[in-house]
Write a new protein. Structure first.
Length: 348
């Protein structure tokens, strides 16, 4: 058992959660032990009580109570991805340099592990994306399992922290493409409904669903968070279905899916939020337009723009549509080159 100790956060260790910093320093600690120390006030940051999620900064002093001695851990399992999975994730690389890798994530592939997922997710398969580096790249944001499109991974801890900071500061801009039921009116607008987790979900959170809360009631609703989405209709097939560009100004769970459903225009193929079977606004849209449209979710992270954390250059990347959306676009007579890359640029 160690004694009480005080450690200073190093220059390259700032801007991260206290619990994650502790686990790196003391692998013998688990989340339950850290939460217990926080509840008892034994863990302190610059003398103040702290929570596991407290973000620490370089130069802060962390008081750590006596800890059990570390037990030598068995060698970590570093099972390499199967050849087919390795080839798949490598083929998904859209762009890379010495600091960042951008993937065009396939629909159906989770970003991280969960109940029953095993190692077949982006984080688990990223061991095939080292490209000469010692450590595998790190996820800096996420996409829903059934959402395709651009996903950024950082090749070093320093770049991961800077990219994460850019996402929090909202200097990173993401544009999604979606096919939705009916045609939103007006054809360009902003959704400001708050979001809160609906009660009752699966054992591993796989059944998680968000409920939309009127902006005037967000502050009175426990657990609700404000959320903002910009949308623009790019094209439509009469009043039955439309092609929309969506910008998540905030980054809440299922934000785009829940907001479009709240407008009465759920995303096609979204069984969780009403885009797979019900009647919707328009002239009898129907979920698959006579069976010609895939039942997969029609939501794609099309474009991302960000300031490169090392070079400072503004980077803009565009991801091709997944095959099921390509077929839908062809069926509906929509053409990618007929719309602006960013329809909000010249909007009033």
């Amino acid at each position: 058992m160690s004694g009480v100790q005080t450690l200073r956060v190093a220059d390259d260790e700032g801007d991260q959660r206290l619990d994650r910093w502790l686990k790196k320093k003391f692998p013998q600690l688990n989340q339950i032990a850290i939460e217990k120390m926080c509840r008892k006030g034994e863990l302190r940051v610059d003398g103040a009580r702290a929570k596991p999620a407290t973000r620490i900064e370089a130069g802060q002093d962390i008081r750590i109570p006596p800890l059990p001695d570390a037990v030598p851990a068995p060698p970590p399992r570093t099972a390499a991805p199967r050849d087919g999975d390795a080839q798949m994730i490598q083929a998904a690389v859209l762009w890379k340099d010495e600091h960042i890798i951008a993937l065009n994530k396939p629909a159906g592939l989770p970003s991280q592990g969960g109940s029953g997922q095993g190692d077949r997710h982006v984080d688990g398969l990223s061991a095939a994306l080292t490209f000469g580096y010692k450590d595998k790249p790190k996820l800096v944001h996420r996409l829903d399992k059934d959402t395709s499109g651009i996903l950024l991974l950082a090749r070093t801890d320093r770049v991961a922290r800077r990219l994460s900071e850019a996402f929090r500061a909202r200097t990173t801009r993401k544009i999604y493409w979606a096919a939705v039921a009916g045609v939103p009116s007006p054809r360009m607008g902003t959704v400001r409904y708050g979001l809160v987790k609906a009660p009752g979900h699966g054992r591993g959170g796989e059944g998680e669903k968000m409920m939309a809360i009127h902006p005037a009631k967000v502050d009175q609703t426990e657990g609700a968070k404000r959320a903002t989405t910009d949308y623009a209709v790019l094209d439509s097939l009469g009043t039955r279905v439309s092609w929309c560009a969506l910008v998540p100004v905030t980054g809440r769970t299922h934000q785009l899916r829940a907001h479009m459903a709240e407008l009465g225009h759920p995303i096609i193929g979204d069984g969780k939020y009403g885009g797979s079977g019900q009647e919707n606004l328009g002239d009898g849209w129907g979920a698959q337009l006579g069976g010609e449209i895939s039942r997969k979710l029609h939501l794609h992270a099309r474009q991302i723009s960000f300031d490169h954390p090392v070079t400072g250059k503004r980077i803009t990347l565009t991801a091709p549509l997944p095959e099921h959306m390509v077929r839908t676009w062809k069926t509906l007579g929509w053409h990618e080159n007929d719309v602006p890359a960013d329809p909000f640029e010249d909007a009033p």
